[in-house]
Design a protein around this ligand. Structure first.
Ligand SMILES: Cc1ncc(COP(=O)(O)O)c(C=O)c1O
Length: 403
């Protein structure tokens, strides 16, 4: 049996009604996802990695890494793989081997919360600064922590307004600062310049912590050598998502915090682990999938994936612009920012939209054919508005914003 609209699926899945046709419900979900795959270019999940071996072999058991990833005791199903993933990500970020700690999280959001929690423990009176382009998980973490925040302006291309950061810091220089830089803002994939942020903190003599929310761009920029957590950079922590560039088929992520900054937890006797992570039980399957995603390609293979995705994004800008539709991207980005197309196109292509601006994201696995079909739909939907000439990015946008 197949189901039509979502409402009939909801009726079929209603657990208060028996009997339930489990196979039909699962088939429906898979069918819907398969049908949407060809036009899913609005959200940042890579679709080129085959994880079926891990799912087939590990998918039927509970894999639970309870407690600190460095512990030897307790329930440690895939902790060895978790440690390997954390070490790989720390290595590509050039994080000092003697001052690093991290774990596999449930996603970028948990990573941000964990890092800000650690920073705030160290600087309890700190104000947390983030830009208007920061992800909504940042104000949420601020609220959970009961901290005070300062919202800094962002430029039209999504990058932090450093003059505004300086002005806000100057007014609050008696308190420490926790500054959140974003490496890959959600709408435009803009990258805040951590060197400039550090310079502003130094100029006003404000002590504090610099966290980088690098959900999407952390791994690509690390592979480029453009994002580093070495001693010179002054970055204290970073959070990345695992289901974005690494395409893991379940939400997950990695948080890395300087060992000297991280939160020391207490030992829990019945789990025989130290409680240093935000959640207690943690998904060991995600750690295995992350490990497999890294192992499949290694550093060079993942560099190649980055470069292919950027090439496709440049192609998309070129084709859209040639068709007369406004489009631009940052030089490092997979994300192509476009003038919002008419609703039928937005709906068909599952675009993320913020008013006049939408984006497509050329993640690894998206094909040229998909981009061509999208451009054809845009051109067909609004022929009268097409202006066949290059459309320039917002004035402050740079073609190489990554750093
Ligand atoms: C900049 C940024 N930070 C954090 C997140 C949240 O990541 P997750 O969905 O893995 O919790 C996102 C997700 O889109 C994001 O774009």
């Amino acid at each position: 049996m197949t189901y039509g609209p979502t409402s009939s699926l909801a009726a079929a899945a209603d657990l208060s009604l028996a009997p339930i046709d489990i196979t039909a419900v699962l088939d429906h979900l898979v069918g819907e996802a398969d049908a949407a795959a060809a036009t899913s270019i609005g959200f940042p999940g890579a679709v080129d990695l085959d994880q079926s071996e891990v799912m087939a072999r590990l998918g039927a058991r509970l894999w639970n890494n309870i407690g600190d990833p460095g512990d030897e005791g307790g329930v440690a199903h895939t902790r060895v793989l978790e440690r390997a993933v954390v070490a790989w990500v720390a290595d590509i970020l050039a994080m000092p081997a003697d001052d690093r700690w991290g774990y596999v999280t449930s996603g970028g959001t948990e990573g941000n919360l964990s890092a800000l929690h650690a920073a705030r423990r160290r600087h309890p009176t700190a104000r947390i600064y983030y830009s208007t382009a920061a992800h909504y998980s940042i104000p949420k973490a601020v609220e959970i922590l009961g901290a005070r925040s300062v919202v800094v302006g962002a430029r039209p291309d999504g990058e932090m307004d450093y003059a505004d950061l300086a002005a806000q810091l100057r007014k609050r220089r008696r308190w420490p600062a926790i500054v959140v830089a974003t490496a890959g803002t959600t709408m435009a994939e803009a990258v805040d310049d951590s060197t400039r942020i550090r310079a502003v903190l130094d100029e006003y003599g404000v002590a504090g912590h610099l966290h980088v929310d690098a959900a999407l761009s952390g791994i690509p920029l690390a592979l480029d050598g453009q994002l580093r957590l070495d001693d010179a950079g002054g970055i204290g922590s970073i959070a990345v998502s695992g289901h974005k560039f690494l395409g893991v088929p379940t939400p997950c992520g990695v948080v890395l915090i300087r060992d000297s900054v991280r939160t020391n937890g207490s030992h829990v006797s019945y789990t025989d682990t130290v409680d240093t992570t935000i959640t207690g039980s943690r998904c060991g399957l995600a750690a295995a999938l992350l490990w497999h995603a890294v192992a499949l390609h290694g550093r060079e293979g993942h560099r190649w994936r980055v470069s292919e995705a950027r090439t496709l994004a440049a192609y998309a800008v070129y084709q859209l612009t040639a068709a007369g539709w406004p489009a631009w991207r940052h030089g490092h980005a997979f994300t192509v920012v476009i003038k919002t197309p008419p609703e039928p196109v937005r709906k068909k292509w599952l675009l993320a939209t913020d008013g006049d601006t939408s984006h497509i994201i050329c993640m690894p696995g998206i094909s040229k054919g998909q981009i061509d079909a999208f451009v054809a739909d845009v051109a067909a939907a609004a022929p009268s508005t097409l202006i066949p000439r290059p459309w320039l990015a917002p004035e402050t946008a740079t073609s190489t914003a990554a750093r």
